[in-house]
Design a binder for this molecule. Structure first.
Ligand SMILES: Nc1ncnc2c1ncn2[C@@H]1O[C@H](COP(=O)(O)OP(=O)(O)OP(=O)(O)O)[C@@H](O)[C@H]1O
Ligand SMILES: [Mg+2]
Length: 266
């Protein structure tokens, strides 16, 4: 499903249709309240950061949005239509791609195979339909084109096994994989937590590329400078609730941290 033209007009937020929207999500684990009535809107072409202290409910929120957890209460809307994901595959089938911190790629496979993992392309005609022969050359060609399109210049040889890549290059493969299949939304859970400065910058550049291609991104991060560098809006999660939604223009990093810790209220 595509958005109608009018939905992309950059007027006041209220006039635009969110690509992804959560309304009053509640998720409890026994007596522990993970989410206590959280709402969130993700608009076309924006980077929405989610920040918050440990245990604030960031991962739980994203898990509910990506089908990894089923909320006890509340609604999730995709392009204005209510959805009920039971598994991560359900969200993926709807174009919501999630890049997990450690589970991003299969190390022993090459870059092209990782990009097409679970979506392998077979040769045309009887070779593919009856004998199930993979179109390896075709997938490698497309993989190369996709990486070039995303401006990933450090991954020229798509036949290299991913285990030979650096952490940043692996993240790049994971993000490229998420971006490669006409995704509607890309969700990144702490994508730079284990990365060095240069590798983090690569991932940040990729996030911008995705946004410029019109794909909205949800980014969970503890790294305030990175959040303030790349986010259009920032959802501040605190004690299972949304404490505030701010922007890098409306608040300083210090003010954001104060909202996160409860030293200040919105
Ligand atoms: N599977 C689970 N079983 C029990 N409690 C859970 C489970 N998952 C999360 N919780 C609880 O829900 C609350 C929110 O956890 P969540 O993982 O969403 O926090 P977070 O903001 O992602 O924290 P962090 O920054 O440490 O990753 C915490 O109190 C946590 O202990
Ligand atoms: Mg978490």
């Amino acid at each position: 499903m595509t958005l109608v033209d009018g939905a992309q007009t950059p007027t006041a937020s209220s006039a635009r249709v969110p690509v992804l929207q959560a309304k009053d999500l509640v998720k409890t684990y026994g007596r522990v309240v993970g989410l206590d009535g959280v709402s969130l809107e993700l608009y076309p072409g924006e980077v929405l950061a989610i920040i918050g202290d440990n245990g604030a409910g960031k991962s739980t929120l994203v898990k509910c949005l990506t089908g990894a957890e089923i909320p006890d209460e509340g609604q999730i809307m995709l392009d204005g239509r209510q959805v009920a994901f039971r598994r991560p595959q359900d969200a993926r089938a709807e174009g919501i791609e999630t890049v997990y911190q450690n589970l991003a790629v299969s190390p022993s496979l090459d870059i092209a195979s990782n990009l097409y993992l679970g979506r392998e392309v077979r040769k045309p005609g009887i070779l593919g339909s009856v004998f199930r022969v993979m179109d390896t050359a075709g997938m490698r060609r497309s993989a190369r084109a996709e990486l070039t399109d995303l401006g990933i210049s450090t991954l020229q040889d798509v036949t290299v096994p991913v285990e030979n890549l650096s952490g940043g290059q692996r993240q790049a493969v994971a993000v490229a994989r998420a971006a490669a299949f006409g995704s509607k939304v890309v969700v990144l859970d702490e994508p730079t937590a284990a990365l060095g400065v240069r590798e983090s910058n690569q991932v940040l550049a990729l996030i911008r590329t995705l946004r410029d291609k019109g794909i909205p991104v949800i980014l969970i991060s503890h790294n305030m400078p990175q959040v303030f560098e790349v986010a259009d809006r920032i959802h501040v999660q605190r004690l299972g609730r949304c404490a505030a939604t701010i922007t890098p223009e409306s608040h300083s990093m210090t003010e954001a941290v104060a909202l996160m810790t409860g030293a200040a209220t919105a």
